[in-house]
Ligand binder design. Structure first.
Ligand code: ADP
Ligand code: MG
Length: 380
């Protein structure tokens, strides 16, 4: 069944091929967690591409703010459904494109759920990482008469602006020098690069990576929300007829929690971490903004995160951001700030080469469409 779906998805793939160089933004709303039953969601899922956030002002008046994305997944969307809209990007890695898929959102909004899955992993609950690798192996097998592919992975963490290798047991204690875009197409050639031939190889490596991460940290969950983790998949394909070689690379990134930390409330290590996270996430926003404006200079060098992803953001690369939000009224301010960031990212797709005023117009029109759709939906 899975592979039949893959076949059906080829049409979608062709459409996505045409979108090269643009950034897609998918929004995923997580469900209330067990124990939170009975609360009312601040998210109104209008249609497959838009949501409204419901806020209450002091006098109890309801206000709504709408946001438009390439796709919106509501709280009941399954891992499979989410992946179906991601799948077309995977294939392009085998065609020699660079792809970057990253998960953004505050801690607890569902980033790890989307990228990896819940703690108890089953075939059904597996996240994008495993499904993506599974697809790569399936598709490369399918092409084996014409192409010979080799797949290898790196797994790294960026913590306090230091890159750590998760695939060696003492990797967290080593600092790696930076080689940006060396001839092998590796951003961090010194980090372990492990050849893999099956999804189970990858699962084993990811488990080992998680163990290495846990060893150096008393509270793994804590640490994982304050560092960026990146699974990088390198694909090298040899065209058996022409003898040419192509390279593709895919970064799968689970970003640090985007919540603003109140600087007056934290000190020491927490403050240092918060400042580093803040710096790298704003660097990511700046890179994306400058790609949107087609600036000659894109400030990749302002953070390790943007350096690592440099070859997979903008240009010929295909980028997908999953923006995660919680339905919880208590999180409404964070949610609005998350969505504002996401909106900024989404403008890259709206017409990069246009002047600011024009893209402002487009935004205005999109908002109008969304308001009209919402009004229609309420009439039904
Ligand atoms: P983050 O990585 O952003 O901090 P998690 O992925 O760890 O957040 O999610 C927080 C909690 O919510 C976890 O218990 C996770 O299993 C649950 N959760 C998140 N998204 C979903 C979802 N779409 N469906 C069901 N449970 C989810
Ligand atoms: Mg997480």
């Amino acid at each position: 069944r899975y592979h039949r779906v893959l076949e059906e998805n080829r049409k979608l793939y062709n459409q996505v091929q045409d979108l090269k160089g643009s950034i897609r933004v998918y929004c995923r709303v997580r469900p209330f967690l067990p124990g939170q039953a009975g609360r009312s969601s601040i998210v109104d899922h209008i249609d497959e591409g838009s949501i409204e956030i419901i806020t209450l002002s002091k006098n109890g008046k309801e206000a709504r703010k709408s946001f438009i994305f390439n796709k919106v997944f509501g709280p009941s969307a399954t891992q499979e459904e989410v992946f179906l809209d991601t799948q077309p990007l995977i294939r392009s890695v085998l065609d020699g494109f660079n792809v970057c898929i990253f998960a953004y959102g505050q801690t607890g909004s569902g980033k790890t759920h989307t990228m990896t899955g819940p703690n108890e992993l089953t075939e059904e609950t597996q996240g994008v990482n495993f499904r993506a690798l599974n697809d790569l192996f399936y598709l490369s097998e399918e092409r084996k008469e014409t192409f010979r592919y080799e797949v290898s992975v790196q797994m790294m963490e960026i913590y306090n602006e230091q890159v750590r290798d998760l695939l060696v047991s003492d990797g967290l204690n080593k600092k790696y020098p930076w080689h940006i875009l060396s001839s092998q197409g590796l951003n961090v050639p010194d980090a372990n690069l492990v050849p893999v031939t099956s999804t189970s190889d990858v699962i084993e490596l990811m488990n080992a990576g998680q163990r290495n991460r846990a060893v150096s940290s008393t509270a793994l969950n804590d640490r994982s929300s304050r560092s960026h983790s990146c699974l990088t998949v390198h694909v090298q394909g040899k065209d058996l007829t022409s003898g040419n070689t192509l390279r593709g690379c895919m970064h799968l990134v689970d970003l640090a929690g985007s919540e603003r930390v109140n600087k007056s409330e934290v000190t020491g290590d927490r403050l240092k971490e918060a400042l580093h996270i803040n710096k790298s996430l704003s660097a990511l926003g700046d890179v994306i903004a400058s790609l949107a404006q087609k600036n000659a200079h894109v400030p990749y060098r302002n953070s390790k995160l943007t350096q690592l992803l440099q070859d997979s953001l903008g240009g010929q690369a295909k980028t997908l951001m999953f923006v995660h939000i919680s339905p919880d009224p208590d999180a409404v301010l964070e949610t609005l700030s998350t969505l504002k960031f996401a909106e900024r990212v989404a403008t890259v797709e709206l017409g990069a080469a246009k002047s600011n005023t024009e893209s402002g117009d487009v935004k205005e029109l999109k908002e109008q469409i969304s308001r009209l759709k919402a009004a229609l939906a309420r009439k039904d």
